[in-house]
Design a binder for this molecule. Structure first.
Ligand code: UTP
Length: 289
């Protein structure tokens, strides 16, 4: 029986250069999709999947994220004074409970692998999830829940993947696939941004992982890779030599909110699911020439 996955690491220390100037003072994870910051989607997804503790790896200028997940006394009191009890209660319900979140710091943005490693002491010696907040998922149940269900059957390390088209494969991390195993399939290799025409499959890694703690040991001595950054993919490739990796095809849609188009796409597609604005957005889209 696989050990339970209780903790999730959410790295939020990157510079968000693709969204300048919006991200000059505002963390890119706080950009809003419809009515909630990007990072809240992945925290909701983590708790929905049964995660008990979310560990944020933050950096300079990311203090707003900590405030966002805190109880806002003045706001709560004012909403209640003005009779907006439902709004106050909704905020309350969406705020993580005492001790359910931790914040640690990545002093320099040395790469995703390094950011994950910064959480090693809080994670401890147990399997954990990693959720990249700029990948916003739309699925029922959520992406991590789908992965957890597979993990409970097959154990090991799990990577969520989604299909792309051959002409776009060079933009992503792509997996090589092996035999099917229950709700998952074996992953036999991974390549970051393959040269056009060389991708081993059309399945790209969409920003959700369940990893065994040995990856932290590997990261502690991991040299910088592509782009001079300490890459999580390199550490996973190393771990793959001694531990099984499985892929789970996400049944849903991924929006890459780290890119301008993905962010706009998420806003439009999720607005079409939002009761307050659905009809107006649909009319607007229909009216376009
Ligand atoms: P990205 O590479 O998409 O984020 O990392 P970035 O570097 O902030 O963005 P651009 O490319 O400059 O626009 C994916 C996630 O990993 C975090 C980011 O905050 C983002 O949530 N990250 C990345 C770190 O926490 N530390 C790093 O050193 C790099």
């Amino acid at each position: 029986m696989a050990l339970p996955v209780r903790k999730a690491v959410v790295p939020v220390a990157g510079l968000g250069t693709r969204f300048l100037p919006a991200t000059k003072a505002l963390p890119k994870e706080m950009l809003t999709v419809v009515d909630r910051p990007v990072v809240q989607y992945c925290v909701d997804e983590a708790f929905e999947a049964g995660i008990e503790h979310v560990i944020f790896v933050t950096g300079r200028g990311k203090g707003l994220i900590e405030d966002h997940f805190d109880y806002q006394f003045e706001l709560d009191a004012t909403l209640r004074e003005r009779g907006k009890t439902a709004a106050a209660e909704q905020l309350d319900a969406e705020t993580p409970g005492a001790g359910q979140v931790s914040f640690t710091r990545q002093q320099k943005p040395l790469g995703l692998g390094h950011a994950v490693w910064c959480a090693r002491d809080i994670v401890g010696n147990e399997p954990f999830a990693v959720l990249l907040p700029d990948m916003v998922m739309d699925g029922e149940p959520g992406c991590l829940k789908q992965m957890m269900d597979a993990y409970n059957e097959v154990g090991g390390n799990i990577i969520s993947v989604q299909e792309t088209t051959p002409d776009l494969a060079h933009k992503y991390g792509i997996v090589a696939t092996g035999a099917e195993k229950g709700p998952a399939f074996e992953i036999t290799g991974m390549v970051e941004k393959p040269e056009p025409g060389t991708a081993p499959s059309n399945l790209y890694i969409n920003g959700r992982y369940i990893l065994q703690p040995k990856v932290m040991e590997i990261l502690s001595t991991q040299a910088a890779g592509a782009g001079g950054e300490i890459q999580l993919t390199d550490a996973m490739l190393n771990l793959m030599e001694s531990e099984p990796f499985y892929g789970v095809s996400f049944d849903g849609r991924t929006f890459d909110c780290g890119s301008k188009f993905g962010f706009l796409e998420a806003n439009i597609m999720l607005a079409l699911k939002n009761d307050d604005v659905r009809d107006e957005v649909r009319d607007l889209l229909k009216s376009l020439p």
